[in-house]
Design a protein around this ligand. Structure first.
Ligand code: URA
Length: 272
């Protein structure tokens, strides 16, 4: 049932979704909807012409979830907000899965981890192989971060990052690329790493006496965070975008948004 619409699942009329799920004819489906027996994302919908996104919106009839979807594994891009943990469940804290409809959250896992106070690009997928490729150091998929520091990043750090940084536990990181974003903003930098050690970016800067006060992931492979996604918003990836995730390093001609289109988080109120 699911057609591609620029690579995204094409929105489909609700009455058609019900009919194709075996709940009777389109007329039967319209009756069910008008009687208030159908909900979309937990809210009763009485308009049979309402369009839903297969595999994304959660449709239920009399409270029972309906399979709306395609066979392709679901892969989402989330703009992770600060204050949410990257875990599948937690007794106390809000997790990234809590930002998704339950039917989607049941299927996907985060491909990698961002700290509670880090925001930005997080991939969630039910494709185990893709997940493995994105996080395995063997595949060396680049991850690019924007960081704000509590001091100035000296140009000498560029070479130090390129050589690999010895962390507090003695581990020496793989070579990383450090770019001082703007000379007039020496407290901001971009960092590209190909591995994901615990608190890696914070610990790399800490090795030089700098504290990260804000951190955002901008890119994985050649795929940039969609600047149209506000923190907490997500969308499915197209097939082409999944390919970009695995294309590494960023190929010539693949460029990201300039910093002006990705607004920096406020400097206050963020502590690590
Ligand atoms: N490095 C960090 O220190 N934190 C993150 O969330 C990601 C990379």
């Amino acid at each position: 049932m699911v057609a591609e619409h620029g690579g995204l699942p094409r929105p489909v009329r609700l009455d058609r979704v019900l009919a194709e799920a075996g709940l009777g004819t389109r007329r039967d489906a319209r009756t069910l909807i008008k009687r208030g027996r159908v909900s979309v994302n937990g809210v009763t919908v009485r308009d049979p012409g309402r369009h839903i996104r297969p595999n994304i919106d959660q449709v239920a009839v009399d409270g029972r979830a309906l399979e709306t979807g395609a066979e392709d594994p679901v892969t989402l891009m989330l703009n992770k907000p600060r204050g949410v943990i990257t875990a599948t469940r937690d007794a106390a804290a809000r997790t990234v899965l809590d930002l998704l409809p339950a039917a989607v959250a049941r299927k996907v896992v985060p491909a990698g981890r961002l700290d509670k106070d880090t925001e930005g690009l997080l991939i969630l997928t039910e494709d185990g192989q893709l997940c493995h490729r994105l996080i395995s150091p063997r595949h060396a998929v680049e991850k690019e971060y924007w960081a704000r520091l509590d001091g100035s990043v000296s140009p000498s750090l560029v070479e130090a990052f390129a050589a690999g940084v010895r962390l507090d536990d003695g581990y020496v990181t793989l070579p990383a690329r450090l770019v001082i974003e703007r000379v007039e903003q020496p407290g901001e930098a971009r960092v590209v790493v190909t591995e994901g050690k615990y608190h890696q970016i914070k610990r790399m800067f800490a090795a030089f006496g700098l504290r990260v006060t804000a951190l955002r992931r901008l890119r994985i492979g050649s795929l940039w965070l969609d600047p149209a996604l506000a923190p907490g918003e997500y969308r499915p990836l197209t097939g082409d975008e999944i390919q970009l995730l695995l294309r590494n390093p960023a190929a010539p001609g693949v460029s990201g948004p300039d910093l002006g289109t990705i607004t920096a988080p406020p400097s206050s109120g963020t502590t690590f």
